[in-house]
Ligand binder design. Structure first.
Ligand SMILES: Cc1cc2nc3c(=O)[nH]c(=O)nc-3n(C[C@H](O)[C@H](O)[C@H](O)COP(=O)(O)OP(=O)(O)OC[C@H]3O[C@@H](n4cnc5c(N)ncnc54)[C@H](O)[C@@H]3O)c2cc1C
Length: 294
């Protein structure tokens, strides 16, 4: 099948892109095209106009910004994968990126496109929620920001206004004795996750957990944080039994997705295992211990 006919506009700047979106409710931004183009080819998406933001200057960057790393919306996933600042200051993201699709899709796919697309299984969405990212966007000549935890509101649905263009994302950097863990289960490594878990921890000099963020992706309509487990585990030594108890409780009442790929019961069970493994890895990596591949 081929895409339905559409108009094409290459925006010179963000405000022009927003103006095209405001003028036509069926216009859509195209960034890497790795999701939108297949959707159009299958006629699951029929935008009347594509607004190309790829040539807008200043939308592709990775830079230190105070206590955060700021990343521009059209930054390619492959650039994040190879970036020394990301490897040093956002190790959780560096670990998760190779799990996103294939090298070829990462060469085109952008961070802004992945976040805007809001697939419940997208690794970038999980990173943004787990790391408390703040997303910036522009609409009708105004700049605004929204926390990642308020941005994702349903499967493929975000709080981004219809005529807005996501411009960048800021990820707070954790300093100190930091460790990370990431696991996902899928049919093949390049495929979308059935369930994923991401953990970042900060330990004190005595090995006690000072701060922990536990995110679970692909299990529910959008990535979630295990707030109650985080509260329960802060101030502990992250003993395996206590972690299992806290994670099991936090996931007990979730409404897990149920589809052809995985049942709700399976997703829930695997989410507990992956989150526990990710916490164990995070603790071990913060202590400088070797992590065994699973
Ligand atoms: C074979 C294959 C395997 C894949 N596997 C995975 C995987 O395992 N994990 C994963 O997370 N993803 C996967 N993807 C998706 C890939 O990561 C996409 O690149 C990504 O989801 C969309 O990014 P994009 O830049 O290509 O966006 P596009 O396809 O250009 O756009 C996607 C959507 O976002 C909107 N959009 C784009 N940029 C903006 C912006 N700045 N502001 C507002 N709206 C915007 C578009 O209008 C569109 O609705 C896979 C894709 C393919 C083809």
């Amino acid at each position: 099948m081929k895409a339905a006919p559409f108009e094409y506009s290459r925006a010179a700047d963000i405000d022009e892109a927003c103006a095209w979106l405001a003028a036509d409710e069926n216009a859509r931004i195209i960034a890497g095209g790795q999701t939108l183009v297949p959707m159009m080819a299958m006629r699951l998406a029929r935008p009347t106009r594509l607004v190309d933001i790829n040539r807008i200057a200043g939308l592709s960057y990775i830079r230190a910004d105070g206590d955060a790393i700021a990343i521009g919306a059209t930054t390619r996933q492959c650039d994040l994968e190879r970036d020394a600042l990301v490897a040093r200051d956002l190790p959780l993201m560096a670990k998760a990126i190779p799990w996103i699709g294939h090298a070829a899709t990462r060469a085109r796919g952008t961070i802004g496109g992945s976040l805007s697309n809001a697939d419940p299984a997208a690794e970038q969405a999980l990173m943004a929620v787990t790391l408390d990212a703040v997303l910036n966007y522009r609409e009708a000549g105004k700049t605004a920001e929204i926390k990642a935890r308020d941005f994702f509101i349903g499967p493929m649905v975000t709080a981004l206004p219809a005529a807005a263009c996501l411009t960048g994302v800021r990820y707070p950097v954790w300093r100190g004795k930091i460790g990370i863990g990431f696991h996902e289960v899928n049919a093949r490594r390049s495929d979308f996750a059935f369930v994923s878990a991401a953990v970042q921890v900060e330990l004190g000099a005595d090995g006690m957990c000072k701060r922990i963020a536990i995110g679970v992706g692909a299990a529910t309509d959008f990535p979630m944080r295990l707030d109650s487990a985080e509260a329960q585990l802060t101030g502990t030594m992250l003993d395996a039994a206590a972690v299992k108890d806290a994670v099991t409780q936090a996931l007990a009442d979730i409404e897990a997705m149920d589809d052809l790929h995985a049942s709700a019961a399976y997703r829930k069970r695997v989410a507990v295992s992956l989150a526990c493994r990710a916490v164990a890895d995070a603790r071990a990596s913060a202590l400088g211990e070797k992590i065994h591949a699973h």
